[in-house]
Design a protein around this ligand. Structure first.
Ligand code: FES
Length: 102
C-alpha cells in the first residue's frame, strides 16, 4: 500500500484521538502532545471502538472493559487475560496533513 492521508493536524487537539476510515478499515489516530500515532481502532478483546475510550498520555483505555494499549506501539499494557496487541502504523506529518503508512 503506501502513504495515505488520514486527517489534518488541526482535526486532533493534543491529548485527543479520532477514528478515521482508510480503505474501509477503522484506524485510531491520536495526538500525543504534538506527536501523532496510529493503531487499529477495534479493541482486540471484543471489538469496541477504542477512539471512544480514554487517552491518558500514550495509553488508550478501552471504554468497554478497560483493556489498555500503548498508542505508540499498539502493545497491550494491561488486561487480566492475554489478548492480541493492536496493529500500529507509521505516521508521517507533512505541513498540516497527517498520513498513515499501511
Ligand atoms: S472490548 Fe475492549 S476491553 Fe473488552
Amino acid at each position: 500500500m503506501g502513504k495515505i492521508i488520514a486527517c489534518k493536524t488541526s482535526d486532533i487537539s493534543p491529548g485527543k484521538m479520532i477514528k478515521v476510515s482508510i480503505d474501509g478499515k477503522d484506524i485510531l489516530v491520536a495526538n500525543i502532545d504534538g506527536k501523532y500515532c496510529a493503531t487499529d481502532d477495534s479493541c482486540t478483546h471484543s471489538g469496541s471502538s477504542l477512539s471512544e475510550g480514554k487517552l491518558d498520555g500514550c495509553v488508550i483505555t478501552c471504554g468497554w472493559h478497560a483493556a489498555q494499549f500503548d498508542c505508540g506501539t499498539g502493545k497491550l499494557v494491561k488486561f487480566p487475560v492475554k489478548i492480541r496487541d493492536l496493529a500500529s502504523y507509521n505516521v508521517i506529518v507533512e505541513s498540516d496533513n497527517v498520513f498513515v503508512e499501511m
